[in-house]
Ligand binder design. Structure first.
Ligand SMILES: *Cc1c(COP(=O)(O)O)cnc(C)c1O
Length: 323
């Protein structure tokens, strides 16, 4: 199922490059015009699988301002599915509140849960018509979207859009992005390594799950070879997390300003932390060609918020999702 328009552009960020360390950006913020970001490629495979299995309802989970839940609202409802989302609380920011308002407006049925009540609520919502999608869309099916993306990059490198990067830097949340890229790059035979900047906690678990997902993905696409090679291809950086998932950091704030000057909007939860890392790698000249893979939608939110309810009109249970 095709939801986006590809290939997404690759741009050179000359103002943020140094001699011997060039910075490039892969504009996956523009995967689709209605709502972009990295969840679009995953949903192409997930919704196709749901349809093939004759399911009519997507059941998924996420934090209150989940981009994955919002993207599912945009694309699954458009494709004729119902969407039930189990949401846990998240620190309140304007961005998080708007994502939640937009999801509600699209018709996502929001079920507020706590980490403890989640399994019970999930059991209650599952049924024969339901297709379960894990947080962030990051199972082996969803990750196939980033196997596609690795092929897209290989083709762009081949046609001279950019030199083969030694390093891709991107955000590591639920792991589907880095896992699919690592498995896909292994298949394409590029030497590019993937550096995932962990933004969820505990980081050791985030890393473990991402590595397991990368192996599962490689098996699924029939990439032979050792898991040692795959493990070496994926590097996990834990030092940019700060106080935890959803908590802004000073280095993220600084990176957000630098990116804004180049016309790239970042968010505090995911992309600010990864971009801060990319800038540090350029400064330290860790590689000659560094590709920052942008994962946040840059589609305007106004059309998605049009007709949505204000935050102060939220029912109490939904309001409590914003801490
Ligand atoms: C979901 C998300 C990520 C994390 O990607 P994973 O595949 O879950 O690791 C990164 N950036 C943004 C903006 C996201 O919405």
């Amino acid at each position: 199922m095709s939801l986006g328009s590809y290939p997404t552009p690759i741009e050179h960020l000359s103002a943020l490059s140094r001699v011997g360390a060039e910075l490039w950006v892969k504009r996956d913020d523009r995967t689709a015009s209605r709502y972009g970001g990295n969840k679009v490629r995953k949903l192409e495979h997930l919704l196709e699988d749901a349809r093939a299995r004759k399911k009519t309802r997507i059941v998924t989970i996420g934090a209150a301002g989940s981009h994955h839940v919002l993207a599912t609202g945009v694309f699954a409802i458009d494709a004729g599915f119902g969407v039930d989302a189990l949401l846990v609380a998240q620190p309140r920011t304007e961005h998080v509140a708007n994502n939640l308002r937009a999801s509600l407006r699209l018709g996502v049925r929001v079920h507020p849960v706590t980490p403890l009540s989640l399994p019970f609520e999930l059991l209650r919502l599952l049924g024969r018509d339901a297709y379960f999608v894990t947080a962030g869309g990051s199972n082996t099916v969803g990750s196939l979207g980033y196997v596609d993306a690795a092929r897209e990059l290989a083709e762009q490198v081949k046609s001279g859009v950019m030199p083969e990067p030694e390093l891709i830097v991107t955000t590591l949340g639920s792991g589907g992005t880095v896992a699919g890229l690592a498995a896909g790059l292994e298949r394409e035979g590029l030497r590019t390594r993937v550096l995932g900047v962990a933004v969820a906690d505990p980081p050791w678990l985030v890393e473990l799950l991402a590595r397991r997902l990368a192996r599962g993905c490689a098996r699924r696409i029939g990439v032979a070879g050792s898991s040692a090679a795959l493990d070496a291809r994926l590097v996990v950086e834990r030092r940019y997390l700060g106080r935890g998932y959803g908590h802004a950091t000073p280095w993220g704030g600084w990176a957000t300003q630098r990116a804004a000057a180049q016309g790239i909007a970042l968010d505090a939860t995911y992309t600010a932390k990864a971009f801060a890392c990319a800038l540090d790698l350029v400064r330290a000249k860790k590689a000659r060609h560094i590709l920052y893979w942008h994962t946040l939608s840059s589609a305007p939110m106004a059309p998605l918020l049009d007709g949505s309810i204000e935050e102060r009109e939220f029912p109490a249970s939904i309001g409590s999702l914003l801490r």
